[in-house]
Design a protein around this ligand. Structure first.
Ligand code: CDP
Ligand code: MG
Length: 147
């Protein structure tokens, strides 16, 4: 069973889209195992986006992600990492296809509402960066074998 980090980024919170985004993951059948509203610290932001340090957009991204609260969530499920990326949609505004979260609610590459981990290794790193182990709760749902 995989886990992934999904962030409703500051633009998603400012626009009141957290409920809509959570709803999609619940509807898909994934299981919520962690959830908190938080301000990302400078250290957490550099850790989270370490692969992007040095890119021309990094400074703007760093200021944006630390500027205002975000909703950090962790979801569990079969292939949740790859499937979440499909639900989220592409990074570039021109490639955001309607039906995806970004395609339905964003038209900006840098204001694209949501983050989702892109590999098991990055998911583990990103989850540990934002959550203490006791903040993640494993529990069983009878429905799991039906979805
Ligand atoms: O978020 P995603 O994994 O789809 O994209 P990424 O390539 O890992 O980039 C991380 C984030 O950096 C994006 O979601 C954008 O917020 C930002 N970014 C940007 O502002 N301009 C770019 N040209 C590329 C990325
Ligand atoms: Mg990424």
């Amino acid at each position: 069973m995989e886990r992934t980090l999904i962030l409703v980024k500051p633009d998603g919170i400012q626009r009141g889209l957290a409920g809509e985004i959570i709803k999609r993951f619940e509807q898909k059948g994934f299981q919520l195992v962690g959830c908190k509203l938080m301000l990302m610290s400078e250290v957490q932001a550099k850790n989270h986006y370490h692969e992007h340090i040095g890119q021309p957009y990094f400074e703007k991204l760093f200021l944006f992600i630390t500027s205002s609260p975000l909703l950090a969530t962790v979801w569990e499920g079969d292939q949740v990492i790859a499937l979440s990326r499909k639900m989220i949609g592409k990074t570039d505004a021109m490639d955001m296809i309607p039906g995806t979260i970004r395609g339905d609610f964003s038209h900006h590459t840098n204001l694209n509402l949501i983050h989702g981990s892109d590999s098991i290794q990055n998911a583990n790193h990103e989850i540990q960066n934002l959550f203490a182990p006791q903040e993640l709760i494993s529990y069983s749902r009878e429905i799991t074998r039906w979805v």
